[in-house]
Design a binder for this molecule. Sequence first.
Ligand code: V55
Ligand code: FE
Length: 489
Amino acid sequence: MTGFPQHPNYVGLNRPLGEEYDLADLVIEGEVPAEVEGCFFRAVPDPAFPPFMEDAGAILSGDGMISAIRFADGKASFSIRYVETERHRAEAAAGEALFGKYRNPFTDKPGAAGLDRTVANTTPIWHAGRLLLAKEDGRPYRVDPHSLETLGSYDFGGKLKSQTVTAHARIDPESGELFMFGYEADGLASTKLAYFIVDSDGNLTRELWFDAPYCSMMHDFAITENYVLFPIYPTSCDLDRLKAGGDHWVHHPDVDSWLGVMPRYGEVSELRWFRGPKGVSCYHMMGAFEDGQGQIHFDQCLSDSNAFPFIREASGIALQQWELNGRLARWTVNYAGGPDEVAETVIGPPGDFPIIPAARQGRYYDHGWMLTMNPEMRGPPVAGGPVGAMFNMLLRLDFAGGPPQALALPPAHSINEPVHVPAAEAGREGWLVAVVDRQIGPDDFAHECWIVDAGNVAAGPVARVHIPHRLRPQVHGWWVSAAQLEAAA
Ligand code: V55
Ligand code: FE
């Protein structure tokens, strides 16, 4: 790929690749566990055309690609395809970028007018036999899980009213219902939130609309067995700024955060807002649960400012990445009584990409996993991704009093978000599967897919699948078992 600027968004691990390809019968060191039978779907942004204006936020605008690492009978294969969004098709037809700044249509070329701006680049979501590729600025795209062919923008059979659906969905492990929401649901800079429920057969059964305290970048949310939780952090959008060609997001250190709590099947009148600390920011929640004593606990990778350098820069905030006071923070509230403010407890280190077993979604979890930066690392982290530095340590956190476990990667290695593959029987924790990058030169990388015992991450990989091709940083992934894939065939 040529013509891209010498900007961190487009060099090294972030260098655009723009290639669709398939790799069969990958070389494997070690043995793939029998339980790892299925497909690891990955969302990988990769800009197809050089930008026509300076925009550091473009790191989030790379065209969505859907990648699949398939495991069958101890063997592995790899595929990657563009998500054929309306945007990608229009730019491919024009042979150049038509869309301007991240989430600012006022900066687009005339050829982009009226077209869907989403790049569907953030999360592959599997539900009711469908594979969706979601990004928070638009509706998801549906992709064929076998061929990776794009089937088009997805509106749940015409039922969805929201113009946006976030990339973070929560599935109740007992009912199989999918809980989702969209912000800026009726347009740019709007305070309108849409919350909706999709039943286990894929039917959208409910969509509620209400107002957020202000327009906020709401990347993720959480559910408990009886409640849905909407976090509001003061990274906000302003329509006049957009019209003037400015950035979508500015972070406001002096503005309150909020946690909205509503019964899952309740009405908007039952929504209760709890005030949180000023100026904080979070992209991902580990989960949330009720403790039986009326308390709701909400666990998140929180920091004192926005974790994305390009947003801090647009906001005039001079803090460096290591000055953000990152932490795994538990906010506790009592819906039925208690104060109108959250109570915060720090339960883990700085980091991101928190995960729990799918079977614990909305329930108490006594352990979870996340990525962090090795505090004892010798040498710099691998540069890449929207923060500018990739994680280099995988953690298993024990919330029942046990010690944390850490898998420290060697120097010049980085790790992308793992997926969890559950164990077939109780007593074991299953496996974590993640792509690991190794920098072997200024613009040279080798990539492997590691399989790690989820209950013993410090032991390192039991299998390493070599991927003999350059890869770009992944955003999120989703594990779909062979049985789920077969049922959907
Ligand atoms: C994130 C990622 C996005 C985005 C907004 O990880 C937030 C956070 C890859 O796109 O548009
Ligand atoms: Fe995310």
